[in-house]
Design a protein around this ligand. Sequence first.
Ligand SMILES: [Fe+2]
Ligand SMILES: [Fe+2]
Length: 526
Amino acid sequence: MERLYLRQDIIAQPLVLRWQAWPQLLFPPTAALNVVGRHLKIMRSFVQAPQAHEAACRNPALRSGPFLDAPAARKEEIRALIEETERRQRGLLELTQAMAALDKLLLDEARGRSLEPLYARVPEQLRGYVELVYDTRNRPSVRFLEPLLYRGPAYDTSVQGFALFPEAKDARRFMLSTPLLPQEGQVELALPFDAPAIDALVRMKDEPGSREELEERLRVPAHQRELFRTFFTPEAPPKPDPVPAGRVRVRYFGHACILVETGETSVLVDPVLRHGAPGEDSFTFSSLPARVDHVVLTHAHSDHTALETLIALRGRTGTVHVPPGGGSLQDPGLKPMLERLGFRDVRELGMLSPQQLGPGVTLTGLPFLGEHSDLDIRAKHVVLLEALGHRMMFATDARNVEPRMFEHVHRLIGDVRTLFVGLECEGAPLSWLYGPLMPEAPERTADQGRRLNGSTSDMAMQLVRLFGVKEAFVYALGLEPWLTPVTGGAHGEHSLPVVETRRFVETCRAEGIPSERLFLSKEIVL
Ligand SMILES: [Fe+2]
Ligand SMILES: [Fe+2]
């Protein structure tokens, strides 16, 4: 039997009833609130006035707004998707009612007395899945028992699936506002996200295998088999080049995705990868080593915990290191989520608790303030990676709102050679990401004031000076074209983050510190 490779440019996009998967669509309580407060709302609005959505999507000022980016002619398909959602996600719709009822129960009755009598009155869908708690001011809240919820009826894998398509046929629009409709060149698979068959599919990018066998395992629909067969090639992919002995190689793959390799150990931070053959100007999935020993995630935003890339990496990943946290609606834990996605070794990285990842390679979690609209979200960390004596700090989107914090950190850990910092200093308002989770819409001033802001140039310069940084890179700005489905589109040259980035780079250089804004790709050998 002919043994073939999966083409490097084939993408397997995980979908939840046609919507691109992201962390809030996995945890059942947040998935439920998104289905009601985002998906159904946008789709119903589109069906009412498709031309208005079409017009809004042509206006760059409204990019990443709540507008469904599909031709008005596809109105009937959206109408059918609404009906399918109401039918197949009825359990989630009921879960939102259960959460509202529990919220009301706590508001009305949890006034400082024992919470024990309330357990019997928790709505059925949530019974046994929550702990009712007070803080020391007797303010009640709900703690979700996440690993149980992921294994209960609310986590329904029958609505999960994948769309397979070549990069050139990528029809994905902004994931928060537009479902991925069927289109020519796209194969659709009804498979749960943790299906081992998906690992077998991706493995064929490196190792040849039997296409026919795979076709059976993936349950490719008969009418799509012909197309599916075009996704394979007899041609072996190029072998990634080895790391020079005794050196550390750092490769920027776009956005916040950075691969750090020594001869023995590979560490991939915030993976979000493009597919296809490695171009002159970018690394791709095929530039990765056959085995990624460690994946490090900094926080649960969808441009850092990018599920399409993570699922594609699952079969070749050793350990995933995530920030600790979780338990609440706004802060679902990454460990139970990734375990439910089929990752076998997920570890929560304690703060200031260095972990040895390989010979001469250690990883340390540091505090991450801000960028989460002042919500009580703990699943986020800045990470310090030390490789063969070179210390690199990945500050990602952390906003340096309290310089004293980093002063304390500096006293404990000392200087850092290389800083990677995002200057997304004009992020979206609170409601953009968290609105569907809030029982009451925030008032306008609060919404606009509590933004998902990263550091400004001045805030990042404080880090450069404090940690005696020798080289500073600005990254995580969502500038690469393959980030569009995740971020909604790139910043213009006159946007505040880009202006602040120029200011930061110039200030660093004026102080004798090499600095640049990363874009598309970069390699540094230390
Ligand atoms: Fe973020
Ligand atoms: Fe980000």
